[in-house]
Design a protein around this ligand. Structure first.
Ligand code: HEC
Ligand code: HEC
Length: 415
């Protein structure tokens, strides 16, 4: 009985967090509206919606969401959460801009996971269509009148001809479809009605530009991988979790079905970027049956360890799983402060790794006379502290700990 209750609670927790309103032949994914709801529920709107445009960024519309804010970084890399500035912001990873770890920008794990899946699925605005839907849209717009039966021309009557069909000589340097990247795909370029076309003419519906919603659907189709059918969508990981196993990291994941999967490469990083391969496991599942995989990392770093799986298919294509984060405790509480020497009003990075289950503590900046000049809450892991104006000289960073002790780090200010 106890077992059943655990399973039920787990499901309620998981299932509620999955606000995935799109169902592509049984495969669920989130659309932009689901993401807006998650952000609303986390009060992001109080600073980034309607009148509120902090950091010169808001999520009122899909376009404003994708637009760069003050930091100037690419908000979303379709299909690649770990290189998307937005994802790094909500994960609380070092973004080299802004004050990510101030608490307001980090979301609960389940919400982070949902947004991560959405980005890894191509960050579509709408529910993603499949090839047959795309063909239907093009037919409805009369594209078949010129791209239907002329043997020497690009045509889209089959999936393969749409992707690899013959090209007009003026456009032979371009690809009709670059999977995962609509902005490099000639098909999207020719229909998106933004005025500029890389080569040849813009392609219109018989009575003018194509309907904006239809253009958006084709864009989302390309960004999410331009799949032919739902069956060719990548392996679905039903679970991917990390556990601290006496100082080792225990990774577990399971699949529901594996179609043409070759292997899983386990990758690790300390920053959430620049992942390194640490091991690989060959596929054990089949098209009808999944498998439970386990891997033990006996040599994790102290502090943040990010893991992800690279899932390779037999045809050489691959997808990444969601990223998971685990913080490994050290025997001793440690603190790392850089750069040192530092400059007034610049940002100081403070990595605080407590040995016990402490989530936050106080950091104080004290001068040589013992006067406290600045006091601030910091969190386990990486923090950014904006320094106040300080005269050149020696200062102490003092971090309090749960047991009444403190750690002290000497910092030199040279302005
Ligand atoms: C109390 C106000 C406040 C809340 C609440 C808030 N933010 Fe911010 N946000 C800011 C400020 C101020 C900046 C600019 C400074 C910075 O980048 O840290 C910013 C910057 C950003 C940026 C970077 C824009 C850029 O490119 O420069 C993103 C993305 C962002 N916030 C997302 C969110 C999300 C998602 C939430 C909800 C979890 C959220 N914010 C909640 C105040 C807030
Ligand atoms: C009146 C005939 C005509 C119609 C209708 C037409 N096209 Fe084209 N299309 C062409 C010609 C001619 C080219 C080659 C020259 C160029 O790229 O402008 C071309 C090129 C293309 C290409 C690039 C492939 C290549 O051979 O270079 C794509 C993609 C494309 N069209 C998509 C569409 C779509 C989508 C529609 C429907 C909205 C459409 N076309 C409607 C005549 C047409």
């Amino acid at each position: 009985m106890k077992y059943i209750i655990t399973v039920l609670t787990l499901c309620t927790a998981l299932c509620q967090s999955l606000g995935q309103s799109c169902d592509v032949d049984g495969i669920l994914h989130s659309s932009f509206i689901d993401v807006q709801l998650v952000l609303d529920a986390n009060q992001c709107g109080s600073c980034h919606k309607g009148q509120n445009n902090k950091g010169n960024w808001n999520y009122d519309s899909y376009n404003s969401f994708l637009k760069k804010g003050d930091c100037g970084f690419e908000m979303i890399v379709h299909g690649d959460a770990s290189n998307s500035f937005f994802f790094r912001k909500i994960l609380g990873v070092n973004t080299d801009c802004g004050e990510s770890n101030e608490g307001v920008h980090t979301l609960p794990q389940s919400d982070v996971g949902q947004i991560e899946s959405w980005i890894n699925f191509g960050a579509p605005e709408l529910c993603v269509p499949l090839y047959a839907d795309v063909k239907q849209i093009l037919d409805n717009n009369g594209c078949n009148s010129c791209h239907g039966n002329d043997p020497g021309e690009w045509r889209y009557d089959s999936y393969l001809s749409l992707l690899n069909g013959e090209m007009d000589s003026s456009c032979s340097d371009y690809d009709v479809i670059v999977k995962g990247n609509s902005s490099q795909s000639l098909l999207f370029d020719k229909i998106n009605n933004d005025g500029a076309v890389s080569c040849g003419d813009a392609m219109n519906a018989s009575n003018g530009p194509m309907d904006a919603m239809e253009v958006a659907k084709i864009r989302d189709w390309i960004n999410s991988g331009a799949y032919e059918t739902a069956a060719s969508l990548p392996v679905i990981l039903s679970r991917f979790s990390l556990k601290d196993d006496n100082g080792d990291v225990h990774l577990a994941w399971s699949t529901e079905e594996e179609i043409a999967t070759e292997k899983f490469v386990v990758e690790r990083s300390t920053s959430g970027q620049n992942f390194q391969e640490i091991s690989e496991l060959k596929s054990e599942g089949s098209a009808t049956e999944g498998y439970n995989y386990e891997y033990l990392d006996r040599d994790p770093f102290i502090g943040e360890n990010y893991y992800r799986l690279k899932i390779l298919d037999l045809d050489g294509s691959y997808k990444y799983s969601n990223i998971r984060l685990i913080r490994m405790k050290s025997e001793e509480t440690t603190i790392l402060v850089y750069p040192n020497p530092a400059v007034s009003r610049e940002r100081l990075t403070v990595r605080w790794l407590p040995r016990a289950d402490e989530e936050s503590t106080y950091l104080n900046i004290v001068d040589v006379n013992g006067q406290n000049l600045h006091r601030k809450i910091i969190f386990e892991g990486t923090n950014y502290v904006r320094l106040p104006y300080l005269l050149d000289g020696v200062y102490y960073i003092i971090v309090e700990d749960l047991f009444g002790g403190f750690l002290l780090e000497r910092v030199v200010i040279i302005n």
